[in-house]
Design a protein around this ligand. Structure first.
Ligand code: SF4
Ligand code: SF4
Length: 622
């Protein structure tokens, strides 16, 4: 982290780095994670601090969130302070050990960081981790700023240890990626470890009868925590000089937004900040509500505080529709709501300055696209060309953008491409639908959840083609290593596992390696794979399409092919739609396509993208 600009007050850190700092300052000894936006920089931040300060902390990018939580839990049971980081949909994957860990409890502090994505900006759902924590019965801390996230990380470890319960720290995208100047840490001293795992059969291997007792114990812990939170400074009221008929309860980033909007409106409204949405200090909140004609609850991404209120008759929020039931609480949204409730002028137009600024932004047309030279594009292009009638189940990663190339028809959750392909196969068998099925999954996603899905597909006799798009990194979330790559976080003992061996061990009989840049070769292999999957004697046919991510390893494009679009181009746009390389650009008058030399990486992959043959190798002698 020392590369960040700093001034005499401290250093500029983003929210995720602030969380890492708070954990390390509080004596973290084990940090685990599975990458996922917006949480990915937390473990990267711990790794950076570990290196910078020479600390002994075991860190790992685990294969999935369930495993990451279990590794951290075992460390806690051994007596080491531990933390695990993930995004909100990752908490679903980790929910099995999460629910059980609430019952067994912990020994040393264990913090589970689940970063929510209101909006959503980069997720398949807007789900609220606080609600899962409510169901699992674990406490939640909800920070509003990077500085508070740093402090809450340490508080969470301390609370966890004192109550012997895992504690959820729940930041959201805006906080994870916000930057704030934070005070520099005091020197961190690590003391010799005296921890030791102590066997306890009443807890660690509790039978159902004992689990009932652990459940009672858990309820008691939550009741004591709620009592503590009634007077905790984590839940504080901001005194307003001129209280009126409206009070506001807010938590997380929505609290800061509410404060800013009240300033903008020039209104003084009593504001109760909730830092502990679960267990909610219900008496404190109830007393606050009783003082006003109306109380507005602002929280993201769903109703968690509101659901726990004993009485909601004059409460306005997500449940009565005053606050939209979906989407981020941006300043514009909060302004609209408050202006309406306070009957302030300007209602209906949002923050005028922001609106006009937004309208002036010149945003690129269309949504996100694969990078220039991305090998996934080549694979999708060939899939469409060779098996265009197929059903294309896709998965979670950069390659979800295969939707733009019409080579991804579904994506659901991590690993679902393979299970959906199996499901489509069995359904199509029953219906007599002969369409081929070609599924795609990335290397990291395959290791995360694809292996059990592949075992199931082989075992149940499903037949389809599976392309494992191996770009040798977890690209979408910031190039974290996978279990199939060499360690990129300095863990000397890490070993790369072989995806090829794993596929074979799942019982797959057809497995071929392919280079997506060799489009003709890939096309031939796809046809052979399809033949295998179509035969009643066949099965799942796997193509391991290997080529490093061009952003992560730009030198991997060793053969440079300069291309040009000839003057015969008539601007039909076919190549733009079918190949969609950002370096292919339509002239403003729509007359023809050009190559944008500033974006083009000379991969030569677009040569077949013009079916009329107007994209050609540039004649260097011309
Ligand atoms: S290069 Fe070919 S496909 Fe692309 S716009 Fe021109 S004519 Fe159409
Ligand atoms: S050579 Fe073609 S495919 Fe490769 S980056 Fe340039 S325009 Fe895109």
């Amino acid at each position: 982290m020392s590369n960040r600009p700093a001034d005499e007050r401290g250093q500029l850190l983003m929210g995720n780095q602030a969380i890492a700092l708070g954990l390390v300052e509080a004596g973290l000894r084990v940090g685990t994670a599975y990458p996922g936006t917006p949480s990915s920089e937390i473990l990267a931040g711990i790794n950076a601090l570990k290196k910078e300060l020479g600390l002994a902390i075991h860190t790992e990018w685990s294969v999935n969130e369930k495993i990451a939580l279990e590794v951290a839990l075992a460390a806690s049971w051994t007596g080491l302070r531990a933390a695990v980081a993930m995004k909100q949909v990752g908490l679903n994957v980790a929910s099995d050990p999460l629910f059980s860990a609430a019952y067994t409890g912990v020994v040393a502090g264990l913090v589970i960081i689940s970063a929510d994505d209101p909006g959503p900006h980069s997720s398949q759902t807007e789900q609220d981790s606080r609600l899962l924590a409510l169901t699992a019965k674990i406490p939640v801390l909800d920070p509003s700023t990077p500085e508070e996230a740093r402090q809450m990380a340490a508080i969470a470890l301390e609370l966890s240890e004192r109550y012997r319960l895992p504690v959820l720290l729940r930041p959201t995208t805006r906080l994870c990626h916000a930057v704030q100047s934070l005070a520099r840490p005091a020197p961190i001293q690590q003391h010799p470890l005296k921890a030791r795992f102590e066997k306890d059969k009443k807890r660690w291997i509790a039978t159902p009868r004992l689990r009932y007792l652990l459940h009672c114990e858990l309820n008691d812990k939550l009741a004591r925590l709620e009592a503590e939170f009634e007077t905790s400074p984590l839940n504080e009221e901001l005194a307003a000089e001129a209280p009126g008929g409206l009070g506001i309860i807010a938590s997380g980033v929505a609290f800061e937004t509410a404060r800013e909007v009240l300033d903008e409106l020039g209104r003084k409204v009593p504001l109760l900040k909730i830092g502990t949405p679960h267990p909610l200090p219900r008496e404190k909140v109830s007393r606050f509500i009783e003082r006003f004609d109306q109380v507005l609850v602002l929280e993201e991404p769903d109703a968690c505080i509101e659901l726990q209120l004993p009485r909601r008759n004059h409460v306005r929020g997500r449940l009565d529709g005053t606050v939209p039931g979906a989407g981020e609480l941006t300043a514009e949204v909060v302004y609209e709501i408050m202006a309406r409730l306070l009957q302030a002028p300007g209602t209906g137009s949002g923050l005028p300055e922001l609106e006009s600024l937004a309208s002036q932004l010149s945003l690129p047309p269309g949504g996100p696209r694969l990078c220039p030279g991305c090998a996934h594009r080549s694979a999708f292009f060939v899939m469409r060309k060779v098996l265009h009638r197929a059903i294309f189940p896709g998965d979670i990663g950069c390659y979800t953008l295969g939707t733009n190339l019409r080579a991804v028809d579904t994506f659901l959750d991590m690993g679902a491409s393979i299970t959906m392909a199996s499901g489509f196969f069995h359904a199509n068998q029953a219906l007599g639908d002969p369409r081929p099925i070609v599924a795609t999954i990335g290397d990291s996603t395959f290791l995360h959840s694809g292996i059990p899905a592949l075992i199931n597909a082989v075992h149940t006799g499903a037949r389809f083609v599976l392309l494992i798009l191996d770009n040798a990194t977890t690209a979408m979330t910031g190039f974290q290593p996978t279990a199939a790559t060499e360690s990129a976080d300095g863990t000397a003992s890490a070993r790369a596992v072989s995806i090829e061996q794993l596929v074979r061990a799942c019982g797959v009989e057809f497995l071929e390696r392919a280079d997506p840049y060799d489009q003709d070769g890939l096309a031939r292999l796809l046809l052979r794979a399809h033949e295998h999957a179509s035969s009643s004697q066949g099965g799942v046919a796997v193509l391991l399409a290997e080529r490093p991510c061009v952003l992560y390893e730009p030198d991997s494009v060793t053969v440079k092919v300069k291309v040009e679009v000839t003057s015969q181009c008539d601007g039909c746009r076919y190549c733009l739609e079918a190949f969609e390389c950002p370096a292919l650009v339509l002239r403003p008058d729509g007359s023809r396509v050009d190559i944008d030399e500033t974006l083009c990486i000379d991969c030569g992959q677009c040569l077949d993208a013009c079916y009329k043959g107007f994209i050609v190798v540039k004649d260097s002698t011309a």
